[in-house]
Ligand binder design. Structure first.
Ligand code: NAI
Ligand code: MG
Length: 477
């Protein structure tokens, strides 16, 4: 039986988008130059125009952050810093719907996800770190650990406000001030967050936001006034940042790509695993660094799993991200869509068998149907490269040790999933996998208390939890 759904669009009326934005420096919105459009990827409609920050803008933002650090923020007690973070967290909760709608418009992800996942997690990160601000003696770095000073933060477009929260909340709790550059396709929620900083009466210069593209990010990385860089994005840019700071005293945390293995053993609860596979790769259109993009399924259950997965995929609702029934929204940009199409073509060319359910994709905007490839081998590009889209590569294995060997056969090491009813097997497999985050009988679960990060080319350092906080502090006495 299938149900027909009537459209259930969320109203846009709660958000007010300006025609043009400048940067947020020293507590004020200031004029910018060289504006470029940010669009709604579901409609290609221009939402606003944002400034392309240059070295001069970065200079001003870093100077404001330095003064705020030395004159105000580093002099406050942890409890006082915590009060600001609690205030920001509460305002984010109060304005949650506004943020969810704006994020969906600018990013293309379904309102169901921004409303139920992104924005609640954003507030949770601020609450969690607010609680740490006066307890830094217990973070594991000795008594009175020291902040770095001004931190440069560069974030991607896949979870715009959530990545801002992952960066700003621990930095401020630890006593640093920040200059943050949002991604060029998704700057609007960061600019709305600047308004929240004003509303919370956060001292001027503690948070500065400069919009722009790669060159703006590079100017921030290379600025001598920055003590630490925190970056989330592609492995390629992560490597460039590591090279750029190699002969300086700057430190970095890098949160890069992944090619997560989702391993389904023959003794798994199959229906539950199918839900986890769908969540692992189709959540956020697959624009997830820790996506379960490689399914490793034990050979004797592979046919059953693929059949059930196809059946489940027939029910994924693709389309208007503002519709509350939508499961899979728009691809974030034309460039990302082209990359996904290229890799899908390579998958077919190299001998994989492609399948997607029938779906009517909208005329305008950037869309890609949920897709699986069977018959994939480890040599195929779609088994090795990060696609960052709604494409699952399916491989099989015969023995548990073969599963581990295949799962670890990647330059990345960010996430993995294990599906088995046997606790001993789950623990054994988790011990063998070279991945920073491992889920058992679930996938894509996030909590501010839990450290997140990778091995190998997936990056340096951890974000979240006590471990993440240590990335913003130097050892004390
Ligand atoms: P990107 O790494 O170019 O962009 C991420 C951020 O870095 C953006 O804010 C961008 O403006 C900035 N940036 C770009 N060049 C820079 C430079 N030289 N110095 C400093 N900052 C710089 O990622 P892009 O091009 O948007 O996506 C390309 C691929 O990267 C995706 O297809 C996906 O595979 C991967 N990616 C992975 C992410 C993750 O969460 N691990 C997030 C975004 C992209
Ligand atoms: Mg946009």
């Amino acid at each position: 039986m299938t149900f027909e759904y009537s459209p259930a669009p969320e109203s846009k009326s709660i958000v007010k988008i300006d025609k043009e934005y400048g940067h947020f420096i020293n507590g004020k919105f200031v004029k910018g130059k060289n504006h470029f459009a940010t669009i709604n990827p579901a409609t290609e409609e221009i939402l606003s125009r944002v400034a392309n920050g240059d070295r001069g803008d970065i200079d001003k933002a870093v100077a404001a952050a330095q003064i705020a650090y030395s004159k105000v923020w580093s002099k406050l007690s942890g409890a006082e810093r915590g009060k600001y973070l609690y205030r920001i967290a509460r305002i984010l909760q109060e304005r949650a719907r506004e943020f969810a709608v704006l994020e969906t418009l600018d990013n293309g992800k379904p309102i169901r996800e921004t409303r139920d996942t992104d924005i609640p997690l954003v507030a949770a990160h601020f609450f969690y770190h607010a609680g740490w601000a006066d307890k830094l003696d217990y973070v594991g770095l000795g008594k009175s650990p020291k902040s770095y000073g001004v931190v440069g933060q560069i974030i991607p477009w896949n979870f715009p406000l959530l990545m801002l929260a992952w960066k700003i909340a621990p930095a401020l709790a630890a006593g640093n001030t920040v200059v943050l550059k949002p991604a060029e396709t998704t700057p609007l929620t960061a600019l709305l967050f600047a308004e929240v900083c004003q509303q919370a009466e956060l001292p001027a210069g503690v948070v500065n936001i400069v919009t722009g593209a790669g060159e703006t990010g590079a100017a921030l990385v290379n600025h001598p006034g920055i003590a630490k860089i925190a970056f989330t994005g592609s492995t390629e840019v992560g490597k460039a940042i590591a090279r750029a700071i190699a002969d300086s005293k700057k430190v970095a945390t890098l949160e890069l790509g992944g090619k997560g293995a989702n391993i389904v053993f023959e003794d798994a609860a199959i229906d539950q695993a199918v839900e986890g596979i769908v969540n692992g790769i189709f959540f956020n259109q697959g624009h997830v660094c820790c996506a379960g993009s490689r399914l490793l399924v034990q050979e004797n259950i592979a046919d059953e799993v693929v059949k059930k997965l196809q059946n489940r995929m027939e029910k994924i609702r693709v389309g208007d991200p503002m519709d509350k029934n939508t499961d899979l929204g728009a691809i974030n940009s034309k460039a990302q869509l082209d990359k996904i199409k290229d890799l899908a073509a390579a998958g077919s060319k190299e001998g994989g068998e492609i399948w997607s359910p029938k779906c009517n994709l909208p005329q305008n905007g950037f869309w890609f149907a949920p897709t699986i490839f069977t018959g994939v081998t480890q040599a195929h590009r779609i088994a090795r490269e990060e696609i960052f889209g709604p494409i699952l590569s399916i491989l099989t294995f015969r023995t548990p040790s073969e599963a581990i060997e295949k799962a670890n056969n990647t330059p990345f090491g960010l996430s993995a999933g294990i599906w088995s009813e046997k606790g001993s097997k789950v623990l054994w497999a988790a011990g063998q996998l070279r991945a920073g985050v491992i889920w058992a009988n679930t996938f894509n679960k996030f909590d501010p208390a839990s450290p997140f990060g990778g091995y190998k080319e997936s990056g340096w350092g951890r974000e979240g939890g006590r471990h993440g906080l240590t990335g913003y502090l130097k050892a004390g006495k």
